[in-house]
Design a protein around this ligand. Structure first.
Ligand code: SF4
Ligand code: SF4
Length: 121
């Protein structure tokens, strides 16, 4: 999902005018993207003169840190805290959980490739 770098956005409004889905709003003179409305056309990336409309791939490190914060929060729960015998199986369960997400993404990418090669979409 595209996102707006608030530090770079000057609030010029070009992306708001050009977005074909009405998915960009303004708050305090800074653009923001309404995720539910975005159709992923990529136009905001092309038209922003400040390069403030960014790609979601750039958020991978941030999302990894969010996942790790979630894991640490679970480890700190009184049920797990200071109990390695409980913490280790939890980490294995979480590895299975994130592996499942990875497999869903891989299978989805495979399906998209098949769809791309279908003559009549
Ligand atoms: S085009 Fe770029 S700088 Fe202008 S409002 Fe949109 S994101 Fe901000
Ligand atoms: S990707 Fe397209 S639909 Fe989504 S916010 Fe940007 S211009 Fe709008």
């Amino acid at each position: 999902m595209p996102w707006i770098n608030k530090e770079s956005c000057t609030g010029c409004g070009i992306c708001v005018d050009e977005c074909p889905a009405g998915a960009i709003g303004m708050e305090n003179d800074i653009a923001f993207i309404k995720d539910d409305a975005c159709i992923r056309c990529g136009i905001c990336h092309d038209v922003c003169p400040e390069d403030a409309a960014r790609h979601d791939g750039e958020r991978i490190p941030e999302e990894v840190q969010l996942n790790l914060a979630y894991v640490k929060k679970l480890l700190a729960h009184e049920y797990y805290a200071n109990d390695k015998a409980k913490q280790k199986p939890l980490l294995d369960r979480l590895k299975r959980f994130y592996t499942k997400d990875k497999k869903v993404a891989e299978k989805t990418i495979e399906a998209l490739e098949t769809l791309k090669n279908t003559e009549c979409l």
